[in-house]
Ligand binder design. Structure first.
Ligand code: SF4
Length: 298
């Protein structure tokens, strides 16, 4: 299967991008593995005519918004993000009317329609930096309330939150953390800011998936409890055979991220399946919000 994918990639002038949360088999087939921001940057800088995205729909849409002239294929067409689905464009319009002086900062984990209503997108790794650079004193941050309240710790601006969350991170409880600490008392705890505040408070480190990976790489510690989707553990184990990594919970799996199989990667390349098309009425505004993120995150 890997050989066939390599051959098809050359024939189609394609690059395969995979999110950290994908299965180990899929990540093995990818040219580049990263978090949302790294993959967006890679999509923008790639010279290939086709981008095969192994992740969820909003990621492939972001790649298309940054590369309107390229073909972007989503390896598994039904892979969506329940958090992105929680927020509708109308919710942003309503909040804008209520807080007319506020800037709308939108987590990239959102639909293209929501992006079109926002001022600027962000990821978990650049949200604080972007908010700091905006002139507005009031920020409407959405959809993730957990990430928004974490970011609020780093600014004196007023952060107005929306009631969205990632069900994979939000369901992790303090009891899960206590159990993991009891099982691995020497391990440091690194968690993602999509987790609830009490989990963040009890952790040794909080950061995006890439920041968690760097933290584990640079630390002298030998054992880590990883508080984000288990796909990150494959990456850590591959790069650091001298260290041990444990999931904060056995339940830390995003079912949508795990929908993509190696066969899907092969099939979408072979038959040009699941090409991302974006409504012209929302394209320009959504692209502008993402482009501004790329600019402000520099
Ligand atoms: S981990 Fe959470 S935010 Fe990421 S795709 Fe899955 S449901 Fe969406």
């Amino acid at each position: 299967m890997y050989n066939e994918i390599q051959k098809l990639k050359k024939e189609k002038d394609a690059i395969i991008l995979a999110h950290f949360y994908q299965s180990a088999q899929v990540k093995e087939a990818a040219d580049y593995v990263g978090d949302s921001f790294e993959l967006a940057k890679k999509a923008k800088s790639s010279s290939s005519g086709t981008i095969v995205f192994c992740g969820v729909k909003f990621m492939a849409e972001s790649a298309k918004l940054l590369n309107p002239q390229k073909t972007v294929l989503l390896a598994e067409s039904t892979a969506g993000c329940p958090m992105a689905d929680m927020l509708k464009a109308e919710d942003i319009i309503r909040l804008r009317a209520k807080y007319p002086k506020a800037a709308v900062v939108l987590y990239i984990n959102s639909s293209v329609e929501a992006k079109a209503q926002s001022d600027v997108c962000c990821t978990s790794s650049n949200a604080a930096k972007i908010i700091k650079k905006l002139p507005n004193k009031q920020i409407i941050f959405l959809p993730d309330k957990n990430l928004g309240s974490y970011i609020a710790r780093f600014t004196d601006k007023e952060i107005i939150l929306f009631d969205g969350y990632c069900h994979v991170h939000d369901k992790i409880t303090i009891d899960d953390l206590i159990k993991a600490k009891q099982a691995y008392p020497k391990a440091l705890v690194a968690v993602h800011p999509e987790c609830r505040a009490e989990i963040v408070d009890a952790a040794d480190f909080c950061g995006s998936t890439s920041q968690i990976i760097s933290y584990a790489a640079l630390s002298n510690a030998k054992e880590f409890i990883i508080g984000t989707e288990q796909g990150v553990i494959d990456v850590l184990e591959k790069n650091h055979s001298d260290k041990k990594f444990y999931p904060l919970s056995d339940n830390f799996i995003c079912p949508n991220m795990k929908k993509t199989l190696l066969e899907d990667v092969r099939n979408c390349l072979k038959y040009n399946l699941n090409s991302i098309e974006i409504e012209p009425s929302v394209f320009d505004n959504a692209a502008k919000s993402l482009e501004l993120m790329m600019e402000l995150a520099k």
